[in-house]
Structure formats: C-alpha cells, structure tokens
Write a protein that binds this ligand. Structure first.
Ligand SMILES: C[C@H](N)C(=O)N[C@@H](Cc1c[nH]cn1)C(=O)O
Ligand SMILES: [Zn+2]
Ligand SMILES: [Zn+2]
Length: 479
C-alpha cells in the first residue's frame, strides 16, 4: 500500500522548493554540454562534474566511468564519463534503474532563438527556455530533486535507485553498449525494471507512457573534387563540381512526399496488423497540436492516424545539412572543393542497421556512377541503433499509469515515438528487464529545435510524478 501521508508531504516539499529546482536547472543549462562539437567536449565533462557534485551533496554513491576516447572530425577526444550512481541498497526493496543523458544538441542564437540558448529564461507563461531544458537536463535533474525532496521531507525512499547518466546520447551513445554488456551482472545486477525520462507527451495537455521508439542510421557523404575552393567564373563549367554531384545524389534519396527512394529499404518494414491499427483509433491527438508544434501547416498527411503511423512505425529520411558549402548571408561566387552531406534514416521494427547500411552504400555508389563525375565519393555510417518496442502491460507500466493518475487525474496515453534512444533496446536485451519511457515534457517543447523549453508545471509535476511512480513501484506486485 502506498503511504498516502508520505506522498502528500513529498508533494508539499516539491512545491515549496520549486524555485530552487528552477535555479538548479538554470545552472545546468548554462553549461553548453554539446557532445557533437569538438570544441565543447570540455563542457560535456564539466557537466559531468556538476552532476557528481550534486550526487555527493545528496549522498548518492557514484563512479564516473572513464570509457576511453574516440576520433571525431579527425580529432582524438576523450569520451565523457558514464556516471553510475547507487542510492539505497535494501534487499527488501525493488531496484529501479533510471537512465538519462547530460549532453545536448548544438544551439546558436543565430539559428533563430529568441534568447541566448544557454542562458535559461522563464517567460510570463512559465516556460523555461534554454537548450537541454527538456532534452534531457530537466528530467535527469528531476530524479535528483525527487531524492532531495524525500530527504527534506524526512520520508523513506521507497526503492533502491540505480542511476546511469551518459554524455554521448546525442552523438551515438558511444561506449555505452559495451559498458552495459560488461556490467550486466555486476553494477546492473539486481535491477528489477528500467525507467527513462527522455521523450515527450504526444500533445500539450495529456501525459503519456511510451513503449516504442524508432531506431536510426546516420550518414556522412563526402564528395571531393578540386584541390581547393575555386572562382566559379574562372572554373565553373570546366570542372566536375562536388556540390552539383551531392545535390543530384541527395535528390534521389527521398521524394517530397517523404517516400524513401533507396532500393529495397522498405522491404523489411513490419506489416501493419489489424490489432496495431486499432491502437491508433483511440488516441487523443489532433492536427491542431501538430500545427502548433511545427508552427506551420506543412504536414504531409491530412489526418491524425497516418501522421502518427509515419512518425512511429514507418521509416523516414531527413537531410540535415551540408558541411563545406557556402551558407552565410550575402553572396559568394565560390565553387566549393569538398562538401559533406549529412542525412539520417529513422528505422522501424524488423529493419536491421547492417542491411540498411548495405542498401544505402550500394544505392549511393550506383547513383554516383551514373553521374560520370571524376570527383570521389565516400560514405560513412556515423552511428546506428535498432528500433525498440516494450510490453506496456508490465507492472512497471501499471505503476507508472497509477502515478500519472495521482498527479494529473487522468489515465495516460500509451504512445510510441519517432525519435531514438539507443540504450532502450540495449537495457531490455542485456538486462532482460522491462523498460518504460516516462516523459516529463510536452509535445511542443521543441527539443533539437530553437527555443527549446520545459514548462515549469511539467518540471514540478514531473518531479512529483517520478516520486509517485517510485512509491507505486514499491507497493505493486512484481509478477
Ligand atoms: C528522443 C531523445 N530525446 C533524442 O532526442 N534522441 C536523439 C538521439 C540521437 C541519435 N543521433 C543523434 N541523436 C534523436 O532521436 O535524434
Ligand atoms: Zn535529443
Ligand atoms: Zn534526449
């Protein structure tokens, strides 16, 4: 049985301390821990130190595991540590593993942010705007705030908590899979279930529990031509241009209606069953919510069901950008000598990254050969991860559903999501335990986009939700 009085005291303490929690998030957002930019690697490491100081303050035992180094953009870089924490070790309590990441996506004011991305502001509507506020600093700090609130309220922490925070999630989670495989029977031994808060509600009003994610294969395509950038007037029309080749190649990858054109890519996509199709009929999601999240009406599908199916259970291909091309304002009549195009494919159940890589390589090489260009082409898969599906009827989900009802007075939606968190499947397979995604933020938080935000109410109610979830876990029967 959940101790109702303890929970009420916990909620009260969370409410009383909410301004401190916001300040804590502001401090964390101020560290630009961007894992995919060489010059920010020290900031990612600084963020790990910020977290471990908080672990010390809260009495969480931890190890900051050194996982070696890697080469990124031709630079040898130390990988940020994986922080493994342990809070409580009572054999009579269940053990829950929480995972999150302390790295963030890149962000520049000139991308169109309305305020400096790493100086978190709070708007009059209670939106906490800053890079990483929702993805994933708010949620990871949320777990730590929940621990502190139990201490301040002087109530027993209901479970043993194991914590795994990484600093490379936005850049392929390098080193994490290996660490989990090595530690499955050591550090992760005794874990009963896993909970990850690193995604978002479907819309803006109703909480959800998430049981599926798409995977990802991310590519870098390099075309090299002349030995240096050239004057387009002097040399244009007389040399094979890398940018022209890249545009031709990339135009073959995907149609404007989103269909992926790579030969064979759709062959393995799991067929849509009647049972799965039914799931989409009962979801509360409107195109209006989509329009507000994308700040336009540029949706491909004119109905909710197809939109969600193409977000959750069909693959998609996105062209992200071109390195080496002229991209500033103004006009420069340059002929770029070398360009690097970047795209990724979100993959779905039954698709295998190895097979996807083979198909992508063959397709690009065949198409490049048709151009008759004397430039050179190279293709690199930067990182990949399979799609993930969990069992939403497991006691882990039942406990989370009860916790949502306590805090939000409604039953959560059961959703899948289009983004990727490679570690979900790794934990599920390596530990053979149920994995639950319990989001804190809303569908319009703008993760990876400009003006990323976390609503103060989602942050504070999210801390209460995490606490309530752990209390429900403690009182539920694990079968
Ligand atoms: C859903 C999660 N919060 C997230 O944003 N994941 C990233 C992971 C990733 C993979 N390559 C680079 N980042 C995502 O889905 O893009
Ligand atoms: Zn992210
Ligand atoms: Zn994330």
């Amino acid at each position: 049985m959940v101790n109702e009085a303890s929970l009420e005291t916990f909620y009260k303490i969370v409410d009383q301390n909410q301004d401190d929690y916001v300040e804590r998030l502001r401090e964390a957002v101020a560290i630009p821990s961007i894992s995919s930019i060489v010059g920010h690697r020290d900031d990612v490491v600084r963020m790990s130190h910020w977290l471990t100081s908080l672990f010390e303050k809260l009495g969480i035992k931890y190890e900051a595991r050194d996982i070696g180094s890697h080469v990124m953009d031709n630079v040898d870089l130390k990988l940020p540590p994986i922080i493994l924490g342990t809070y409580g070790n009572d054999p009579n309590k269940k053990t829950i593993l929480v995972y999150g990441h302390y790295d963030v996506q890149p962000a520049l004011l000139e991308d169109g942010w309305s305020s400096k991305p790493f100086d978190m502001i709070e708007t009059s509507k209670g939106q906490l705007i800053g890079r990483g506020a929702s993805d994933d600093k708010g949620p990871i700090i949320g777990w730590l705030n929940a621990i502190e609130a139990h201490q301040n309220a002087e109530i027993d922490f209901p479970v043993n908590l194991k914590i795994c925070f990484e600093g490379m999630e936005e850049n392929g989670s390098e080193g994490l899979e290996e660490l989990i495989a090595n530690e499955a029977d050591k550090y992760f031994k005794g874990v009963d279930a896993v909970c990850i808060s690193d995604n978002y509600w479907l819309g803006v009003t109703k909480p959800c529990l998430t049981y599926g994610l798409r995977g990802i294969c991310a590519y870098k395509v390099t075309i090299c031509g002349p030995g240096k950038d050239l004057h387009s007037g002097v040399f244009g029309g007389t040399v094979h241009e890398p940018m022209t080749d890249l545009f031709h190649l990339f135009s073959k990858l995907v149609a404007p209606n989103g269909d992926i054109l790579i030969t064979g890519i759709n062959d393995d996509v799991a067929p849509l069953t009647d049972e799965e199709n039914k799931v989409y009929q009962s979801l509360e999601f409107s195109l209006n919510e989509l329009h507000s999240a994308i700040e336009s009406k540029t949706n491909i599908y004119d109905n909710e069901i197809e939109t969600l199916q193409h977000r959750w259970r069909y693959p998609s291909l996105t062209i992200h950008g071109i390195e080496g091309a002229f991209s500033s304002s103004g006009f420069k009549t340059v002929l770029p000598a070398k360009v690097i195009g970047k795209f990724s494919i979100r993959i779905v159940p039954n698709m295998d990254p190895k097979r996807v890589n083979e198909l992508v390589e063959k397709f690009l090489k065949d198409e490049f050969a048709k151009l008759g260009s004397k430039n050179t082409l190279s293709i690199e898969c930067l990182h990949s991860a399979k799609a993930w599906l969990s069992s939403p009827h497991h006691w882990n989900y039942v406990a989370a559903s009860k916790a949502v009802e306590r805090i939000f007075k409604c039953k959560p939606d059961l959703t899948r999501e289009g983004g990727s968190i490679p570690v979900t499947l790794t934990f599920q397979d390596a530990l053979n335990k149920n994995v639950l995604l319990l989001p804190m933020g809303r569908g319009d938080d703008g993760a990876h986009s400009i003006n990323e935000k976390l609503d103060r109410s989602n942050y504070i109610q999210g801390i209460k939700l995490f606490g309530a979830y752990l209390h429900e876990i403690a009182s539920c029967k694990a079968e």
